[in-house]
Structure formats: C-alpha cells, structure tokens
Design a protein around this ligand. Structure first.
Ligand code: C6P
Length: 406
C-alpha cells in the first residue's frame, strides 16, 4: 500500500501549528499521540446529538449512547481478536487497567511466599502496583534484567520460573528502549508451568497488529490516548476464567446485580469491573480512532514506522558521539539516546526551541535508569504521520545542541 503521509497529515489539525515560529515537529508519540479530525468530530457529534448516561434509561438518548458505547466494545473485541465482549473492560488508561489486575488478581491468587515476575524495563505503572501488592501480601517480586541491546535476559527469566511463580507481568514494547519482547515465546513457556502472563500493551497496540488469542496472553492492557483516541480511555482484556474469579476493583453503580442491607451480588462481566458512570465521550472517540487505524491498516502502519525507524537510526548514527539505549533488531519506532555527556534536559530544551517535541528524563522507568546508571535519555518516538524531513530537522537540532553544549 502507498502510504500517503501528506494526506494523512491533513487529518491532524494540530500538526499545522507553529511553535516558536517554526512548524511543529511532534516526536513525542510514545507519551501521547495527536488526534485526527475524525476523532475530534465524533466527540462533538456525540455531545450535539446523543449525550446521555448509559445502561440506565429506556429513553431514546440513553439507548443511543449505550449503543455507541457497547458497539465500541464489540469493535475493540474484534481489533484485538478477543473471544468475547465480556473480556473487554473499559478503564481510564493502561495505568488503571494494571492497577485493577494487581489489586484484584492479588487478592484472589497471591498468598504469602508466592512470587510475581516483572522486568527491569517496565514503566512504573506495571512495576509499582506489583511491588506494592507483593509487599502487602507477603509475596516476592522477581525482576530479570536486560542485555546490552536492551533485550530481556531470557535465561534469567527462565531461571526465575518456579512452582511459587503466580504471574508474569511484562511490557509488550518498552517505552524507553523500544524493544519488542518475544512475548509469544515467553507466554508459551509460562503456560507450560501453568503461569498466566499479563502484557502491558501501552506501547504495543498503536504500532503492531495485536491478536490476544494468537498470543494467548491472559491479560492485555492499553491506553486510548496513545492510539489516536481521547485521554482518559483505556482497555483491560482478560481471559474470562480469571475475570470471573477476581473480585471487583471498585464498588458502586453498574457493577452490582442486587444490593441488600447485609450483602451485594455482582453484575456479569464486563460490568462487574466498570463501576460508576464511564467516559462515554472518550469511548465514542476511541471507536473513531479504531476506524481510523483499521482504514490505514495496522500492518501498513507497522511497515511505514519501520522505515522511519531505520532512517532515523541511520541519520542519528552519523552524528558522532551519540549513545543509543535499545538497539534490538526487534524494535518499535522510537529511539532513546544521549548526546555525549550532555544532560538530557539540556539537550531537550535546545531541541524544543527549534519547534521539536521530544521527551527527556526517566520516562517513568526509574528501575531501568538505575540499571543503566543514567539519569534519563532523550527520546524521539515516531507515529505514522511523521516524515523523513522531520527526522532531518531532529538531526539538525541535535547537531546544534551538541555544538552549544559540548
Ligand atoms: N508512558 C511515556 O511517555 P497511561 O499513563 O496510563 O496512559 O500509560 C502508562 C504506561 C504504561 N506502560 C507503558 C509501557 C507506558 O509507556 C505508559 C505511558 C508514557 O512513555 C507516559 S509516562
């Protein structure tokens, strides 16, 4: 497929902005992607025609809003190829999805002396909830490291698997290193020991086609705002056999079946995990984003972003004195680096003044930064609306930063 980036860019109004009198070059897509007009319009349309609370009324508007919400669930099911809509829980983002599983899975399945495996490359959202849950329940968190390329140390992971392991919670794609973990292989291995696997897909789902049945993962979590959808939306996929057993995470409206003075019975899946009035407008926008991604095709997106990654890697390598963090052959479209001994914040400030948005700092991955013995990195993360010319501008900005700060 010919990827017409010029045409695609016309769908994203913010990309026309000027920053410091220069055209915006947005290379912070791993933090949050920009939104196409189709998503923005869907939210306006929702408020102008269909706005109402859902699952609560028999009147026209309530049914319209409920229909839009539940249709999104059906489309998400299809997008990640889950077995049933009961396995698709709407949350406000990957962080809430991960906290939900840590809290609820922890109460249900983790006893003193048990072990949970995560990895050194996790975002805090898939690290701290497990760490705290293990501390509360008298369990132990095991944390395999990485090799020089920023790939998970599979031998260490294998050594850590034992009869006390209750779960592996790991990222599909690292937000710092870009590494795409060999999750299918790890899941197959874990399942030989009857250990379920949770994947943090916050950086996976917007770059790669995801098929949860093919992966056979037991949980998969992601955020809408990193996949061209509104802020405050997210999804938790979980296999029914676990979700049925796990207790509710939050209590209130919608998640109940019957409430008595002395006890309560809970609703069926997925509603048992969706207490309170949800972010309907966000979910409507998420549906528009899914339509947009499906129209482009996830395989086409992955192929174009790979071209961006190869080009950027080549160009940045030609600038002397750059240290790269994450050089796996299996990478998503982001590059973390340091310019000589320049502090990432100093480099980021100069790059910003040229209208280029990159992220600097620890990227919410302090255990990884401590492992690498660095304070942080500069991270350029690409989306399908980025161009080779924008990468050239980034390289010029890096050269300037190098000249000014060395
Ligand atoms: N990473 C980044 O700039 P939320 O905030 O809930 O949408 O996503 C949390 C999260 C979880 N896992 C991974 C792998 C992530 O990358 C993120 C968010 C952003 O890298 C913001 S810190």
């Amino acid at each position: 497929m010919f990827f017409d980036v010029t045409k695609i860019r016309e769908d994203f109004p913010i990309l026309n902005r000027q920053i410091y009198n220069r055209p915006l070059v947005y290379l912070d897509n791993a933090a949050s992607t920009q939104k196409p007009r189709q998503v923005i319009d869907s939210i306006r349309q929702y408020y102008e025609y269909d706005n109402c609370n859902i699952h609560r009324g028999v009147h026209y508007l309530s049914m319209k809003a409920t229909e839009a919400y539940e249709e999104t669930r059906r489309e998400i099911r299809e997008f990640i190829n889950a077995k049933s809509t009961g396995e698709i829980i709407f949350t406000k983002g990957a962080t809430e999805s991960l906290n939900l599983v840590a809290s609820s899975f922890g109460k249900c399945y983790i006893q003193p002396g048990d072990e949970v495996i995560t990895t050194i490359m996790e975002h805090h959202s898939n690290f701290v909830p497990w760490q705290q849950m293990c501390l509360e329940r008298g369990a132990t968190l095991r944390v395999p490291g990485i090799n020089e390329q920023g790939e998970l140390d599979l031998d260490e992971l294998k050594c850590l698997l034992n009869e006390k392991t209750r779960l592996i919670a790991m990222t599909h794609v690292s937000n710092v290193l870009g590494t795409i973990n060999p999750v299918k292989e790890i899941i197959a291995l874990a399942h030989q020991h009857n250990i379920p696997v949770l994947l943090d897909g916050a950086q996976g789902v917007s770059h790669l086609p995801v098929d949860v049945q093919d992966l056979d993962c037991d949980f998969y979590c992601f955020s809408g705002h990193k996949m061209y959808a509104p802020m405050g939306t997210g999804v938790l996929y979980g296999k029914e056999k676990y979700l049925e057993e796990m207790p509710p995470y939050q209590l209130g409206g919608e998640m109940i079946r019957d409430v008595y003075i002395d006890h309560t019975t809970f609703n069926d899946l997925p509603f048992k995990f969706e207490a309170g009035t949800p972010n309907v407008e966000g979910v409507v926008g998420l549906r528009a984003a899914i339509h947009y991604l499906n129209k482009l095709g996830m395989a086409n997106i992955a192929a174009y972003e790979e071209q961006l990654l190869v080009y950027a890697t080549e160009k940045l390598s030609s600038v002397g004195g750059i240290r790269f963090y994450g050089t796996s052959a299996h990478k998503a479209s982001l590059i973390s680096f340091l310019i000589g001994d320049v502090h990432p914040y100093d480099a980021g400030m100069i790059i910003d003044k040229m209208g280029i948005a990159v992220r600097t700092g620890h990227h919410c991955a302090m255990p990884l930064m401590n492992f690498l013995k660095i304070p942080g990195t500069v991270r350029a993360s690409f989306a399908f609306y980025n161009t080779m010319e924008e990468i050239d501008l980034l390289v010029s900005a890096i050269l300037k930063a190098k000249e000014m700060l060395s």
